[in-house]
Every structure is written in structure tokens, then in C-alpha cells.
Design a protein around this ligand. Structure first.
Ligand code: PMP
Ligand code: GLU
Length: 394
């Protein structure tokens, strides 16, 4: 009998986290690595949020929190959904989890049966496909290119639907392409889904605030979709709180209750102190974190400017999140400093070894021609990283 389950053997290691670990290891060996691999803001958590956590410690929030979240946090989430997204939820439709990653893992576990197909537009965030596989589902990847700004068209969606389709699962703003679906584009996808009322939608909106178009649209805003969309969000990105581990969903009550039941068996409620801090994070106006969004936009423009001068990097114009996802296939088959580059993985490794810049190979995001660079780094680091890359590939 095998020691490990087929379930775990069937999935891959999270490449984003693996690359971050590799960069950490090289730094410990004394190498001056610039990390553009991990999707993690380089800002510190704002003081007003930290103060709320300190207050919670002093107020002795040290017991188990309710499995699906403190009532005051649910209040804050209900208010946030109404204020920012025009969505109305009651408490029973909200579940707070240990990061949006757990929210997504819960959803996969409570919704997918063996053989169910999940449509995932490519490029996608690394964990989607593995969470589907972990639950014996079948990921149906829909490839997109720069030509459509890495967005899935309604025609592609329709062509991917089969009698086994259970879900559509995407992020907007998208990790890794930075693409943002407009309200009209979401409506066009919803029009297709109208013909297939049993298909559930998981809309991952964790980059909602990091959006340079000036407007965020949610699939659940369409009245005819509301009953079958689960909106996933969290505080990791816009509030610079990756390590605090709080994410949440708003969606149909039956699904929320199932997530609550799942969570009650595997983790219990999310960290009590972090939950109290997030009440403050969400109750305050999002304008308090606008300075970080403004800085991300400056960095986005900087990266695009610098990339324009580097041969063989083709990219879309990311309108949100903090990634660029250039197509680097120009280098495939070429030899640089005696090393043959056959694919994006070779190229990403080459940049790590020769430029000391950590990126992530696009394969993990479902696009083997691209690499992902996170610009959640300082302008100085970005300038230095681009200069090193330019030198390494000259
Ligand atoms: N969704 C997307 C698209 C992400 O990039 C991430 C990255 N962390 C997550 C979900 C999970 O976020 P967290 O678990 O930190 O809330
Ligand atoms: N979401 C981030 C990323 O894509 C963090 C790493 C992870 O959670 O996988 O890099």
C-alpha cells in the first residue's frame, strides 16, 4: 500500500510558494536575489489596522472564534459588499476563512463531485486547477492570448460547456495577467450562462481594489446571476495583510452553510485577532489604502516602460492586480550564455541564475509561453531587476 494518498500525489506543489522558498534559500546563501515571484505587497499593514489587532489582544480575544466568523466581522463584510459592490447579503450568506485560499478550497470541496468539469480561463491563478483535481474534478482550461487581453470570450465559454460542466471559475482583476473584465464583458459571459442555469460561478475578486480602470464589476451584480455566484474576496492584497490570513465569501446560503460545515471539521474559525483587525480594515473607507493602489499604478507603468526596451518580451497592458505576464517565447530554442532555453521554465530559471531575479514560469498559470513578474516591489528594485534582466539576455 502506498504511503501517500492518490489525492496528494495527483496535485502539484504551489509554484508561487515554491519559487518564493527558493528565493529565500538563495538569499540565505548570500545571493542578492530580487524577488518578483511572490504576489505579496511590499507595504506594511497600515497602523490603524495593527492598532485594532493590538486592542483585540488586550481585550482578550483569545478564545475560539465562531467557525464562520465573528458577527461584527460579518456585519463589516455585509456593509462592504453593499458599499463597494452593490451586493446585498445576510449573515448566513457570509463565511470568513483562513485566507481566500481556504475560501476557494472550501468551495471546491463542497461543490465538486468526481468527474464534474470546471471551466477555468487561462491564464489562471496556480491553485485553481489543483483544488479542482484535489476534489476529483476535471479542470477544463480555456486558453486566451494577448490578442484578447487574456480574457475569455463568450464564444469560448459556450464552446467549453458540456453536460458535465459544474462551474466557471475565474479572477478579475486576474492573477497573473492583470486583465480586468468590464461590466459589459461579464454581462456577455452571463448571457451565455443564462442558457445553462445549473452552472455555478466562482468569482475571485481578491484584487478588487487594485484596479486601474476606475471601476470594478462583479458577476453577482446581475440580478439573474446573483443566486448562483459565489464572490470570493480577502484582505491579503489591498490591505497588505498576506500573513494575517483572512478571506471571505458571499453567496447562496446553502453553499455558505456547506462551507461552514466543512471548515468546522478541518480548521474551525479563522484566527481571532486577525478577524478583529479585519473588522476595522473593512469598516474604514477603501480610500485609506488608496496610496498603495496609486503606487502600484506607478510601478505598473514603470515596468511596462522598462519592458518595452527589452527584446522579446510581449505583454498586454495589465489593468489591475500587480503582475505582468509577458510572452517570452521569442527566446525558446535560443542559447544564452551557453544555456539553451527550451521553455518558460528554462527562461525563468535562467533569470534566477544569471540575473538573480526570481519570476514564476507561466506553465503553472496555464500558459507555457509566458513568465510572471510581480511588481509588488519598490521602484528601485524594479529598475534594478529590469536592468539585470536586460544585461542577462543581451
Ligand atoms: N486568489 C488569487 C487570485 C490570489 O492571487 C491569491 C493569492 N494569495 C489568493 C486567491 C489567495 O489569497 P489569500 O489566501 O492570501 O487570501
Ligand atoms: N497569490 C500569491 C501569488 O500568486 C501568493 C502565493 C500563493 O498564495 O500561492 O503569488
Amino acid at each position: 500500500m502506498d504511503l501517500l494518498s492518490k489525492r496528494i500525489l495527483n496535485i502539484s506543489t504551489s509554484v508561487t510558494l515554491a519559487m518564493a522558498a527558493k528565493a529565500r534559500e538563495l538569499r540565505a546563501e548570500g545571493k542578492d536575489i530580487i524577488g518578483l515571484s511572490l504576489g505579496e505587497p511590499d507595504f506594511k499593514t497600515p497602523e490603524y489596522i495593527k492598532d485594532a489587532a493590538i486592542q483585540a489582544i488586550n481585550d482578550n480575544y483569545s478564545s475560539y472564534a465562531p467557525v464562520d466568523g465573528y458577527i461584527e466581522l460579518k456585519d463589516a463584510i455585509v456593509t462592504k459588499f453593499k458599499r463597494d459592490n452593490g451586493l446585498t447579503f445576510n449573515h448566513n450568506q457570509i463565511v470568513v476563512s483562513t485566507g481566500a485560499k481556504q475560501s476557494l478550497a472550501n468551495l471546491a470541496a463542497v461543490l465538486i463531485n468526481k468527474g464534474d468539469e470546471v471551466i477555468i480561463p487561462c491564464p489562471y491563478w496556480v491553485s485553481y486547477v489543483d483544488l479542482v483535481k484535489l476534489n476529483d474534478g476535471v479542470p477544463v482550461e480555456v486558453p486566451t492570448t494577448i490578442a484578447t487581453d487574456f480574457k475569455m470570450t463568450p464564444e469560448q465559454l459556450e464552446a467549453a460547456i458540456t453536460p458535465k460542466t459544474k462551474m466557471l471559475w475565474y479572477s478579475s482583476p486576474c492573477n497573473p495577467s492583470g486583465s480586468v473584465y468590464s461590466k459589459e464583458e461579464l454581462r456577455a459571459l452571463a448571457d451565455v450562462l443564462q442558457k445553462y442555469p445549473r452552472i455555478i460561478v466562482v468569482s475571485d475578486e481578491i484584487y478588487e481594489h487594485i484596479n486601474f480602470t476606475g471601476g470594478h464589476a462583479s458577476m453577482a451584480q446581475f440580478e439573474d446571476m446573483y443566486d448562483r455566484v459565489i464572490t470570493v474576496n480577502g484582505v491579503s492584497k489591498a490591505f497588505a495583510m498576506t500573513g494575517w490570513r483572512i478571506g471571505y465569501i458571499g453567496g447562496p446560503e446553502k453553499i455558505a452553510r456547506a462551507c461552514n460545515k466543512m471548515q468546522g471539521q478541518i480548521t474551525s474559525g479563522a484566527n481571532s485577532i486577525a478577524q478583529r483587525a479585519v473588522i476595522t480594515a473593512l469598516n474604514e473607507s477603501p480610500t485609506r489604502v488608496q496610496f498603495m493602489i496609486d503606487e502600484f499604478k506607478i510601478r505598473r507603468d514603470l515596468v511596462l516602460d522598462l519592458l518595452r526596451d527589452i527584446e522579446g518580451f510581449k505583454t498586454n497592458i495589465p489593468e489591475g492586480a500587480f503582475y505582468v505576464f509577458p510572452n517570452v517565447s521569442y527566446y525558446f530554442g535560443k542559447t544564452l550564455r551557453g544555456k539553451t532555453i527550451n521553455n518558460a521554465s528554462d527562461f525563468s530559471l535562467y533569470l534566477l541564475e544569471e540575473a538573480l531575479v526570481a519570476t514564476v514560469d507561466g506553465d503553472a498559470f496555464g500558459n507555457p509561453n509566458c513568465i510572471r513578474l510581480s511588481y509588488a516591489a519598490s521602484q528601485e528594485q524594479i529598475i534594478e531587476a529590469m536592468a539585470r534582466i536586460a544585461t542577462a539576455i543581451r
